[in-house]
Design a binder for this molecule. Structure first.
Ligand code: KIV
Ligand code: ZN
Length: 519
């Protein structure tokens, strides 16, 4: 049999955005979709258009801008959802409508209050409606792994009969184990008479930490689409991590006689982008993209690696685009031209203004830190790549006093986009609280801080610390910010201002839209 292709369906923008505490702005969604196109995923699930005008607009924009992938929109088996999905997708080069309905008895009875027959009829009507808009229709019987098997076969058969071209069989609650999951797909393909007319897809949640294993077991049993999210983000414990299954298929694909078309050299950059934008730091020992994935602690391993990399590494870090991070790349004498060239070499595309301010930060860092490597440069760039806009506020000056007996006080000077300076001071429960209060006063905002974490960028006492911050506005909308500095107090202030800038830009845009709608 020929080596077959496994399609990669990325759901970072849909299921990924359902991660508790994660919310992407329109510009961030576009940036992510463009990066996913570089990664060469086959399908981008860009959102769930019926859920909000913002989601509809994002799917619409992505459909217009990203022409190299199939763009998919999610919809319940409800007329209004399917129409909204089509409205958002109709300009896409290859639009796909993905419809779903609960099929397990527990969910049909307790959530939908419907019988099996009613659900079956609703699914059929919805497939027909979606099919009237596009030939590319995906159907998901939700909570499939807890669905009565005979009913599962019936509903899948009906969906294919009425035009579904992809059948996604989700393990919505992350309940399956690999042997059973593989067998479920094998049985479906044997028992559903028209199974050969559709591509089968796996959508595994990670509640038991088995999502990648379950996805691979599905592929072993004939599944040719994997639904996954970058860094494994998604509902509860997340989705299958795209980088894990793709690298498993690249490393062990000959065993399964399959391949993907993913440009693996973009994996690391995509992971970093999602980490920055989602504000969810990747755990150090995360497979493929964790900080420790290619670091060797034991002397015996280091000895082996120095003699021959393959003795202890099954993947070449260069294959996933990890920059040769430990090299000293630039120093305090490097000029702006060399800096610009280096940033380009790392694959970033910054505006002149972003480059200018990144170079300024690089020079400040070079004065404080002896060895600067690519990780430092990436940390500086990260602040600027998460969002495409001109910030409303900049940090100009900060002074913080705190200690065991002192009342934490922050004095902050900030400039607005017209370069006008404002200064204020505040006390707080600790230095971060004092900073937030002072920034709030200057910017005239009052969000609450819902997430705060710090990670070192490199090793050593002079390392920069990257601060990830998450804030919530009075409507419950979340915004994230990040910044790096050798002084984590300064990084915290910058990260907070970064998040506030995002909040202000979204508010400004919403106000404009509301004004237009009123007219
Ligand atoms: O987990 C799930 O069942 C889903 C569906 C919408 C496919 O995300
Ligand atoms: Zn899901």
């Amino acid at each position: 049999m020929d080596n077959q292709k496994v399609h990669i369906f990325d759901t970072t923008l849909r299921d990924g955005e359902q991660s508790a505490g994660v919310s992407f702005t329109l510009n961030q969604k576009i940036k992510i979709a463009q990066q996913l196109e570089k990664l060469n995923v086959d399908i981008i699930e860009a959102g769930f258009p019926r859920t909000s005008p913002g989601d509809l607009e994002a799917v619409q924009e992505i459909s217009r801008l990203v022409r190299g992938c199939t763009i998919c929109g999610l919809a319940r088996c409800i007329k209004g959802d399917i129409e909204a999905a089509w409205e958002a997708l109709k300009e896409a080069a290859d639009p796909r409508i993905h419809i779903f309905i609960n099929t397990s008895d527990i969910q049909m009875k307790n959530q939908l209050n419907k019988t099996r027959e009613q659900v079956l009829e609703q699914a059929v009507e919805s497939v027909k409606l979606a099919k009237s808009f596009t030939s590319n229709v995906e159907f998901s019987p939700m909570d499939a792994t807890r669905t009565d098997t005979e009913f599962l076969y019936r509903i899948i058969e009906a969906a294919i009969k009425h035009g579904a071209t992809t059948i996604n069989v989700p393990d919505s609650v992350g309940y399956a184990i690999p042997s059973e999951h593989g067998l479920m797909f094998k049985n479906i393909m044997e028992k559903v008479p028209n199974a050969g007319k559709a591509i089968f897809s796996v959508h595994a949640h990670n509640d038991l930490g088995l999502s990648s294993a379950n996805a691979l077991a599905a592929v072993e049993n004939g599944v040719r689409q994997i639904e996954a999210a970058i860094n494994g983000i998604g509902e509860r414990a997340g989705n299958t991590a795209l980088e894990e299954v793709v690298m498993a298929l690249k490393t062990r694909g000959s065993q399964l006689n399959v391949h993907t078309d993913i440009n693996t050299k973009e994996i690391y950059r995509t992971s970093k982008l999602i980490e920055q934008i989602s504000g969810m730091p990747v755990q150090w020992n995360k497979a493929i993209v964790g900080k420790n994935s290619f670091r060797h602690g034991s002397g015996i391993h280091q000895d082996g690696i120095l003699k021959m990399r393959e003795t202890w590494e099954i993947i070449d870090p260069a294959d996933i685009g990890i920059p040769q991070g430990t090299q000293i790349v630039m120093g305090k004498l490097s000029g702006s031209h060399a800096f610009t060239e280096h940033v380009k070499k790392l694959g970033y595309n910054l505006t002149d203004e972003q480059l200018k301010s990144a170079f300024k930060d690089f020079k400040i860092l070079a004065d404080k830190k002896k060895n600067i490597d690519d990780r430092d440069i990436e940390a500086i760039i990260a602040e600027r790549t998460g969002e495409v806009f001109s910030p409303m506020w900049h940090l100009d000056h900060i002074h913080v006093a705190s200690g065991t007996h002192a009342i934490a006080t922050a004095t902050i000077k900030m400039k607005n986009k017209n370069k006008k300076s404002f200064i204020d001071a505040a006390t707080g429960d600790g230095p971060i609280d004092a900073i937030c209060v002072a920034v709030n006063r200057i910017a005239g905002v009052d969000p609450s801080l819902t997430g705060f974490s710090v990670q070192n960028v490199t090793e050593g006492i002079d390392s920069q610390g990257t601060v990830f911050i998450r804030i919530k506005d009075s409507n419950g909308h979340l915004y994230s910010g990040q910044a790096a500095d050798t002084n984590v107090i300064v990084a915290s202030a910058k990260a907070y201002i970064n998040a506030v800038n995002r909040m202000l830009i979204v508010n400004e845009k919403n106000a404009l839209t509301a004004k237009k709608e009123k007219k």
